[in-house]
Design a protein around this ligand. Structure first.
Ligand code: HEC
Length: 405
């Protein structure tokens, strides 16, 4: 489906651009806030509590942060909200395009749970809605008065979400759902809390009324959460390229560990921004990540040197046509070395992108992509490592036609 691939490309591209703008702006403002200095007396009299000078792109910039608000509302006020909204909207579109349009290939892994497409999508949406709802309820409960306890509760929510997702979906599908949950929580924070608080402040300034600092306080907690969630969500966005994480038998634990350690590393930067240099936080976070890598990829004793998949095939060849069998043989020769539960390839030790072609059911699930990557884009077998010939590709193309791809 080349058109779906193009759609996916454009939306993903946009999503990354929007995400850079969102997280970039958020990093910038955190830095700004933490770098403000006491202003000179004449600025203080105008109500400015923080002063900052910067040089960038060939010019000097003077930034002042008001304790409450300016006396008169400026004509143009920049809000920085569309960065968040457009990141979420494009991310959600991508979730639908990649994981819901092709749920049987990307979201469902029958070896994890044999779901129908409808069931899988319903569980995915339910996980997102349920997670955001629980978070919102917690924010409106007394928990919100105890930021540290809240942090533990938020972590617990993400642990449960990771556990459920990895026990329902393919590894990739599970990771991306946890990422989508985090992204949804982050954007809900902006939309339902940070923006309304800012609107109140702006209205008060426009009406020449006093700005109540309490409005900002509720938004602050959510802002802190968003700050700690940036590194975990960025990891999840790139995790799809690293199957050793999402294909691991305890993939939920790998995810939880990396999320927790990256939030811990974020803590180092937050401390540093307020003038506390705590190298122990950074170093322990990095040692933790190294430990995860060692745990995940410590060489194991050779499982078996037999060609994987072949034995499994014997059980499900009975109903196959002659062409099906030819395709299956080609896949055995050219693909299962990498694309199986236990790859025998010298480099790829886990199925790339989680694509396993070691049973007929799996071949059918991946059929569309299998035909696409061998006969249209022709980038599989990877670097044509197994020397697939044009004649062999033609057989797969004929099969694809028969299947109606
Ligand atoms: C030497 C290892 C190797 C062999 C052999 C191999 N692949 Fe792949 N395959 C990969 C790698 C690595 C990727 C990931 C590429 C990427 O990140 O885009 C991949 C990705 C894929 C994907 C893309 C999945 C997606 O969601 O985009 C498909 C489909 C695929 N391979 C099918 C095949 C088929 C069919 C064969 C046999 C004809 C085959 N591969 C042989 C290593 C291999």
């Amino acid at each position: 489906m080349p058109w779906l691939d193009w759609l996916s490309l454009f939306v993903r591209w946009f999503h990354v651009i929007a995400g850079i703008a969102w997280i970039g702006a958020s990093f910038y403002f955190i830095w700004l806030d933490n770098s403000l200095e006491t202003p000179p007396e004449w600025k203080k009299q105008k109500g400015i509590k923080g002063d900052l000078w910067a040089v960038h792109g060939g010019g000097f910039y003077e930034v002042g942060k008001y304790a409450y608000g300016p006396e008169v509302m400026p004509k143009t006020l920049h809000w920085f909200k569309w960065e968040a909204y457009s990141t979420w909207l494009s991310g959600f579109a991508l979730l639908i395009i990649v994981y819901y349009f092709a749920a049987s290939a990307y979201l469902i892994d029958p070896s994890v749970m044999a779901l129908s497409e409808g069931e899988a999508i319903a569980r995915g949406l339910g996980l997102l809605a349920g997670g955001v709802l629980l978070y919102e309820l917690a924010c409106h409960s007394p928990l919100a008065n105890y930021p540290k306890v809240f942090a533990v509760a938020l972590t617990a929510l993400l642990v449960v979400a990771s556990y459920l997702a990895t026990h329902w979906f393919s590894g990739r599908g599970a990771y991306i759902h946890v990422g989508a949950l985090i992204g949804s929580i982050m954007v809900a924070n902006v939309w339902l809390n940070i923006m309304p608080a800012q609107r109140k402040m702006v209205d008060a300034v426009a009406a020449k009324q006093a700005v109540d600092p309490a409005w900002g306080a509720g938004a602050k907690l959510r802002s802190v959460h968003n700050n700690y969630l940036t590194l975990p969500i960025l990891f999840i966005m790139i995790s799809n390229h690293y199957p050793m994480t999402y294909q691991h038998p305890q993939n939920w634990l790998v995810l939880v560990a990396i999320m927790a350690l990256s939030a811990w590393i974020r803590h180092f930067f937050n401390l540093r921004h307020v003038g506390k240099f705590s190298p122990a936080v950074l170093v322990s976070g990095m040692i933790g990540l190294l430990a995860v890598a060692l745990w995940v990829s410590w060489p194991k004793a050779e499982v078996s040197s037999a060609l994987p998949g072949v034995e499994r095939h014997a059980t499900d060849t009975a109903s196959l046509s002659a062409l099906d069998k030819q395709v299956q043989t080609l896949v055995d020769i050219h693909c299962v070395g990498c694309h199986s539960a236990n790859p025998t390839d010298d480099i790829f030790k886990v199925a790339p992108l989680g694509v396993k072609l070691d049973s007929w059911a799996n071949i059918e699930r991946q059929g569309r992509q299998l035909v696409n990557r061998t006969t249209i884009t022709r980038d599989m077998p990877f670097l044509n490592k197994t020397n697939m010939t044009d004649e062999e590709r033609a057989i797969i193309a004929a099969w694809g036609k028969e299947q109606g791809y």
